[in-house]
Design a protein around this ligand. Structure first.
Ligand code: ZN
Length: 563
């Protein structure tokens, strides 16, 4: 039941919806049926076949079209009097600036990634527009309300990092299939097809003093070696030799099942490889269609391959990478949408699982685990969308006391599905919504400006258009309106270690960037306050040297050391 007061607020509201996917479709429908009249939608995605089972505003004929536009058209069919504006664009596009956000009474997020959520959070803070944020993972979901100065912002609490596993579990003592997947994806795949300069723990346990010669360059294809021989050598090394070395350590296996080494000749008698698919070289192919399953005649991704099938897929996939995608080798990183990569990783994980007595899994399951995919549930999206609208109405009425963060979860003991919690107050030390400056400590003798900009400012702090100043000097900025000279200067600055950068770029003025510190090992203190930056429609990052050495909060953000 909607009261007169609520109806009035709904009718007069101008709403921005970010995301027109799983939650977005449900949300737009619920907003329309609740009486909202003026809605803008931003979504950069186009409709895919896999969306159709739950994103019910879309049909087969819409595949390839803009989600935002098709969603608008679908809703206008049953609510033709509404005003719906669709933007087929990235919400991070500079045209959606603070001024753009200010026209709305409330912003509703139905996004699928952290980066865009942080971006919208900051724009809402800068524009002083309330944000209702949401997310679902399978049967779980949550809706939270963020109003500047009244509740915490989206970034007040650190977000849980993706689950990681101890290195030794992955390299030597896997006990679950996911450990085998992580090994196959992050170690073996990366070692064979990724950047050769990246550190890799693949040989951690097998490269003791006596075997270091053996481990040397084992992954590099020898000149006189054909691809079948190479594949079998890799197979025998990682599933045979390495396991044999690892299993010889008595201590490790006292309370665990000792793994058994697997050699290719035991699984696949020599003649079997002859039956592997023929790879014709030099014919032009669409790399996205290269598939070891296809060349071996395995069709159903939900079937669990035997050890023999996994072994054949392993060799075939490796062969196909060299035969059809050789140019990419050295630059590949695992992608759950890369069929051949998923086949290779599934096969390698299964062979390793067989060795450690862990049950084998299908490609479909392995892909889900490797890509951290939790299958979406339409009902959860519908519940969450309903809760978003309830909170949006409270926000429009400024019923501050009634705001709730609601978690959709199965609470076994209390037999409840929804758990409402009163929102927390803003976190006083949040570097996004409070005035608290963030201090960073950087080893300026080793860190280039590029490290600072790419790894910290962009990746960790989520600032997309930084402008780095030192006093009144501009060290770095991003934008479409820069001229060639500026672009070249900033690019050159990026490659400099910061102390050098300061003395070079500040040649026209005293190089006070590092103050009186001439010692190259001295650490530089930088100070900035992100929040104030957002009032300029793009983001300024002030970097100023207060003192040359100060304590710092970086570990809070990074949890790791600077380069
Ligand atoms: Zn905050």
């Amino acid at each position: 039941m909607v009261s007169e007061r609520q109806l009035e607020a709904i009718k007069g509201a101008k709403v921005l919806m970010v995301g027109a996917g799983g939650i977005g479709c449900e949300l737009l429908k619920t907003l329309a049926l609740s009486g909202f009249q003026d809605i803008h939608i931003i979504d950069m995605d186009t409709i895919e076949v896999s969306n159709l089972n739950r994103q019910f505003l879309f049909r087969q004929s819409h595949v390839g079209q803009s989600k935002a536009k098709v969603a608008r058209d679908a809703v206008l069919k049953f609510r033709p009097q509404m005003s719906i504006t669709a933007h087929h664009a990235n919400v991070k596009d500079p045209k959606f600036n603070v001024e753009f956000f200010k026209q709305f009474n409330v912003v509703l997020n139905g996004l699928d990634n952290l980066d865009a959520r942080r971006h919208v959070n900051r724009l809402c803070l800068a524009a002083d527009v309330p944000l209702v944020e949401s997310g679902t993972t399978g049967f779980l979901g949550q809706v939270t309300v963020h109003v500047k100065g009244k509740t915490e912002c989206y970034e007040c609490q650190p977000k849980p990092a993706p689950k990681t596993y101890p290195v030794c579990t992955i390299t030597s003592t896997p006990s679950k299939f996911v450990h085998c997947i992580v090994w196959a994806k992050d170690l073996l795949f990366a070692k064979l097809f990724g950047d050769k300069n990246q550190e890799n723990d693949l040989n951690v346990r097998s490269s003791d003093a006596s075997s270091s010669a053996h481990a040397e360059d084992v992954f590099v294809r020898r000149k006189d070696e054909d691809i079948d021989q190479y594949g079998r050598r890799i197979y025998d090394h990682v599933f045979g030799y390495n396991i044999e070395v690892a299993s010889s350590n008595e201590e490790t296996w006292k309370n665990r099942n000792r793994p058994k080494p697997i050699y290719s000749a035991d699984v696949m008698p020599e003649n079997l490889t002859e039956q592997n698919g023929n790879v014709a070289k030099n014919c032009v192919v669409d790399t996205s269609s290269v598939s070891a399953m296809a060349s071996l005649g395995l069709k159903n991704p939900q079937d669990t391959w035997t050890l023999l099938e996994s072994s054949r897929i392993f060799l075939e996939a490796l062969k196909l990478f060299f035969a059809k995608r050789e140019k990419e080798i050295g630059n590949l990183s695992f992608d759950k949408d890369d069929q051949l990569a998923v086949e290779f990783v599934t096969a390698a994980a299964n062979i390793r699982a067989a060795s450690f007595g862990i049950s084998l899994h299908s490609l479909f399951e392995a892909k889900g685990i490797a890509g951290n995919i939790v299958h979406a549930v339409a009902t959860t999206n519908a519940i969450i969308a309903g809760l978003i609208v309830i909170e949006a109405i409270k926000v429009l009425l400024k019923d501050t006391d009634k705001y709730r963060m609601t978690y959709c979860l199965e609470h076994i003991t209390k037999k409840m599905l929804l758990m409402p919690v009163e929102p927390y107050e803003p976190n006083k030390s949040c570097y996004v919504c409070s005035e608290t400056p963030l201090s960073l400590e950087i080893n300026t003798s080793r860190s280039k400006l590029r490290d600072f900009v790419e790894k910290i400012v962009k990746a960790k702090l989520g600032i997309n258009f930084p402008l780095i100043m030192h006093g009144s000097n501009l060290l770095y900025e991003v934008g479409d309106d820069l001229d060639e000279v500026e672009v070249a200067n900033y690019a050159a600055n990026l490659e400099k270690v910061k102390i050098q950068a300061s003395s070079v770029t500040l040649c026209s003025s005293p190089p006070d960037f590092c103050c009186s510190c001439n010692d190259a090992d001295v650490l530089l203190f930088c100070f900035f306050n992100i929040f104030s930056l957002y009032f300029m429609s793009f983001y300024y990052l002030f970097l100023s040297c207060l003192r040359c050495y100060l304590s710092f909060l970086l570990q809070l953000l990074m949890g790791q050391c600077l380069p």
